[in-house]
Design a protein around this ligand. Structure first.
Ligand SMILES: Cc1cc2nc3c(=O)[nH]c(=O)nc-3n(C[C@H](O)[C@H](O)[C@H](O)COP(=O)(O)OP(=O)(O)OC[C@H]3O[C@@H](n4cnc5c(N)ncnc54)[C@H](O)[C@@H]3O)c2cc1C
Length: 364
C-alpha cells in the first residue's frame, strides 16, 4: 500500500519505519529543523528539537506506562537498524507523596518494571544531592529508563525507514485530504495519509480546534566539571510539585557544553493557530518561567553551581481524553498526534499503532 506521512517528528518518523519494514511504499513529508536563528524562520517548528526527553515506564497514566514499556523494548532494535545511538540508561526516579505514588503503583499493573521503592531516608541515601519536600517517597527505575535524545531518535527512525525504502520529502504540507497531500514541492497521492503534525495538526486538517496547544519554557543550566562529578549518578527525575516539575541529568548539547534542564510551567497558557504557535517559537520562551524554574532547581539541588542559564521554547499538544489521537478519521486519512506532554519516550509504539491502523482498516 502507498502511505504518505505528514510530519517528520517523533510519531511520524516511527510510523514510517514500521510501515517501510512491513513492505509498504512510504513517503515521509516534512521540513528539517531550522538552522541558525529561530526568530528568522518562516515555517513550522516541532516539539522534538532538543537533546533530552525523560524515558521511563512508571507513570501515573496507565496508557503511557503501557505504550512506553512497548517502545523502550524496541530502543535496541532502532539503534541497531539505524546505527544511531539515542538512549542513555541513567535511570529514572519519580518522587512524590503517597497518593501520587499509589496512582503510579496502579498504572504499572501487569507490566514488567524493575524498580526500587525508596522512603525518605532511602531517597536521601541514594541521591544525596536532591532535597525533596517532606513526605516524598520514590520509585527508582535503575535500568531501561533514563533519557533519550529526541533529535537522534527521529534521525534514527528516518534512517532506518529509508534503509527499508521509505522516501523522504523535505517540504511543508499546505493541505491534506484523504489520499492526497499538497506540498510546496508538488502533490503526493497515496492510498492512505497519516497526519502526524503535532501541534499543527488541526490547522493542517482544516478542522475545528480539537487539540489544546500549550507554550512551554525549559530552563537550561550550564555546569562545570566539579558539578558534573557530583551529579554523575543523577537519574532523570519527575517529582510532585504544583507545577509538575521534571529535571534531566547533565546532558552534552551540540555546543559541546553540559546542560542541566528543568521544566514544568507554573501556568497553563494556550496558543491558537499556526501564527501564534510560530510566534511563540520566534520569541524564545518566557523569562518569567525560566526564573521560576531556576529558583525551583536551586531548592531541589542545594548549592548547585552553574555557569550560565538559558531558556528554550517548546509546545505540548493536549487532547480532551488525555490520550493521543490515533484514529482513522476518514477512509484514506489517519491522525496520529496529541502527545499530551509525554509522547517522546513512547513515540515508537504510537507510530506503530498508527501504522497498523492506517493499513488494516482499509475498505475491502
Ligand atoms: C519542553 C518539553 C519537554 C518534554 N519532555 C518530555 C519527556 O521528558 N518525555 C516524553 O516522553 N515527552 C516529553 N515531551 C513531549 C514530546 O516531546 C512530544 O509529546 C512529542 O514530541 C510529540 O511528538 P509528535 O510526533 O506528535 O510531534 P512533533 O515531535 O512535534 O512532530 C510533529 C512534526 O510535524 C511537522 N509539521 C508540522 N506542520 C507540518 C506541515 N504543515 N507539513 C509538514 N510537516 C509538518 C513538524 O515539523 C514536526 O516535525 C516534552 C515536550 C516538551 C515541549
Amino acid at each position: 500500500m502507498r502511505v504518505a506521512i505528514v510530519g517528520t517528528g517523533m510519531i511520524g518518523s516511527a510510523a514510517a519505519r514500521h510501515l517501510a519494514k512491513a513492505g509498504h511504499t512510504v513517503t515521509l513529508i516534512g521540513p528539517d529543523e531550522p538552522q541558525g536563528d529561530w526568530a528568522a524562520h518562516d515555517g513550522v517548528f516541532s516539539s522534538h528539537y532538543d537533546e533530552g526527553r525523560i524515558t521511563r515506564i512508571n507513570d501515573r497514566r496507565p496508557y503511557f506506562a503501557t505504550v512506553s514499556a512497548a517502545a523502550i523494548g524496541r530502543y535496541g532494535e532502532i539503534e541497531a537498524e539505524s546505527g544511531i545511538p539515542f538512549f542513555t540508561e541513567s535511570g529514572a526516579l519519580i518522587a512524590a507523596g503517597r497518593d501520587y505514588m499509589a496512582e503510579v503503583d496502579h498504572a504499572r499493573d501487569g507490566l514488567d518494571v524493575t524498580f526500587d521503592w525508596l522512603d525518605a531516608d532511602g531517597l536521601a541515601r541514594r541521591f544525596p544531592f536532591f532535597r525533596f519536600p517532606d513526605g516524598h517517597i520514590g520509585a527508582h527505575e535503575p535500568s531501561r529508563a533514563g533519557h533519550i535524545s529526541p533529535r537522534r531518535l527521529v534521525a534514527a527512525q528516518i534512517r532506518a525507514a529509508r534503509r527499508q525504502g521509505a522516501h523522504l520529502l523535505h517540504a511543508e504540507a499546505d493541505r491534506v485530504a484523504p489520499g492526497r497531500v499538497e506540498t510546496r514541492l508538488g502533490i503526493v497521492e497515496a492510498d492512505e495519509v497519516i497526519v502526524a503534525a503535532g501541534g499543527w495538526t488541526d490547522m493542517l486538517l482544516g478542522r475545528a480546534k480539537s487539540f489544546t496547544v500549550r507554550p512551554r519554557t525549559v530552563a537550561l543550566h550550564e555546569i562545570g566539571p566539579a558539578e558534573a562529578t557530583r551529579l554523575a549518578r543523577m537519574p532523570s527525575l519527575v517529582y510532585e510539585t504544583p507545577n509538575g516539575a521534571y529535571v534531566l541529568p547533565p546532558i552534552r548539547y551540540p555546543d559541546g557544553r553540559l546542560w542541566l534542564k528543568i521544566g514544568g510551567d507554573p501556568v497553563d497558557d494556550e496558543l491558537t493557530g499556526s501564527a501564534e504557535i510560530n510566534a511563540w517559537y520566534h520569541g524564545g520562551g518566557s523569562p518569567r518561567v525560566r526564573d521560576f524554574l531556576t529558583a525551583q532547581l536551586a531548592d531541589l539541588i542545594p548549592g548547585l553551581a552553574f555557569e550560565n542559564v538559558r531558556m528554550a521554547p517548546c509546545i505540548t499538544t493536549w487532547t480532551r481524553s488525555g490520550l493521543p489521537e490515533i484514529e482513522r478519521v476518514a477512509p484514506g486519512l489517519t491522525v496520529a498526534s496529541g502527545g499530551n506532554g509525554g509522547a517522546a519516550k513512547c513515540s515508537d509504539e504510537l507510530g506503530r499503532l498508527a501504522a497498523v491502523l492506517a493499513v488494516e482498516t482499509q475498505p475491502a
